[in-house]
Design a protein around this ligand. Structure first.
Ligand code: NAD
Length: 317
């Protein structure tokens, strides 16, 4: 018989959280899920599962929640992303690091069985290989976000080795989705572009035309997460965070793909501070270890992503 799970999703109202919450609800049932975020319930609009407002940096609040609800799994998604992080570095460090340490510490105390915490391709830096960047490449991140993710990876491994806490992690590339807006990352252009295309407007891109970055459609990201969380612990060889890849493209290549469907679509380029962040990251990722350890295979090509996004993005008229 399957053990009764109580799954706490922290940061459930974000781009990833909204979809992962639904996927976990479909997998484990509505009763098993508690969605939490720092937003008031009215703003959170979390109708399908129970919602509790909590701040991950507030350890007492988190402790009460984990203890009272007898939580068995935690998905920690609350974070400040790469672009927002550069605008508020100490706040980004506080949310990303203190939030993670609170979760790791409380998970050991309350015997939480599994923790998922996402890292990012932002752990890589200018010294890392640009093309097909391998799992164990040099990591010298240049953003506060990247520094927090790299440190977080080491903390996860430390808690696994020292306390046997089953923490699992992937380094997501830029995530592309239409159900929730992205929350301040350097790859957000690859979502914003579809809203402009659907509105029949010209898109002004904040990256240069030829800046290639690793990207992934949200359905692939959700499936990768569920697959990783369900494989036997013994199969996991990486306790920092797995490289994970799907597609890589430039803004110009993405625009070309959109133009095949919408020939009138126009794009211009006005790089801002995010260009420098993008240039510090690899343009593609080698995820051989994820493939070997749990048979990871992405399903969505660039063309399929464009088809899905143009079909599903809804604009307010
Ligand atoms: P997001 O910004 O869309 O969502 C983050 C959520 O966390 C928001 O709903 C926010 O209200 C909440 N939050 C922020 N501070 C909080 C706090 N102190 N307490 C409780 N909740 C808080 O981010 P996302 O895109 O959904 O990313 C989720 C995770 O995936 C993050 O760890 C991020 O670093 C990682 N990731 C995302 C991407 C991407 O492209 N979206 C890429 C790589 C890694």
């Amino acid at each position: 018989m399957m053990k009764e799970e109580k799954i706490l999703i922290i940061g459930a109202c974000g781009q990833l959280g909204r979809e992962l919450t639904v996927a976990l609800m479909e997998r484990y049932g509505e009763e098993a899920i508690i969605a939490c975020d720092r937003l008031e319930a009215g703003q959170a609009k979390m109708t399908q599962v129970r919602y509790i407002k909590a701040d991950v940096t507030n350890k007492e609040q988190l402790q009460t929640l984990i203890e009272n609800e007898k939580v068995t799994q935690i998905y920690l998604l609350a974070a400040m992303l790469s672009a927002s992080g550069e605008n508020a570095p100490s706040m980004a460090w506080h949310v990303n690091m203190d939030g993670l340490l609170n979760v790791l510490e409380l998970s050991v105390i309350y015997k939480v069985q599994k923790v998922f915490w996402p890292s990012s391709i932002a752990v890589f830096g200018p010294e890392s290989p640009k093309v097909s960047c391998p799992q164990e490449a040099f990591t010298i991140p240049t953003t506060v976000y990247g520094i927090s993710k790299l440190s977080g990876e080491y903390w996860c491994r430390y808690y696994y080795e020292k306390f046997g806490l089953d923490v699992r992690s992937v380094r997501y590339p830029g995530l592309i989705s239409y159900k929730a807006m992205p929350g301040g990352g350097t790859t957000d252009y690859a979502v914003d572009i579809f809203y402009k295309a659907k509105a029949g407007e010209k898109f002004n891109c904040f990256l240069k035309a030829d800046t290639a970055l690793p990207m992934m459609y949200m359905d692939d990201a959700i499936r990768a997460t569920l697959e990783l969380m369900e494989i036997p612990s013994a199969n996991i060889s990486i306790r920092t965070s797995y490289n994970l890849a799907a597609v890589s493209f430039t803004p110009s290549e993405l625009a070309q793909e959109i133009k095949k469907v919408m020939p009138g679509f126009q794009i211009s380029y006005q790089p801002d501070f995010r260009q420098q962040i993008a240039e510090s990251w690899p343009s593609s990722i080698n995820d051989k270890v994820a493939k070997d350890d749990w048979g990871w295979i992405p399903r969505y090509s660039r063309r399929e992503i464009v088809t899905e996004m143009l079909k599903n993005v809804k604009i307010d008229i």
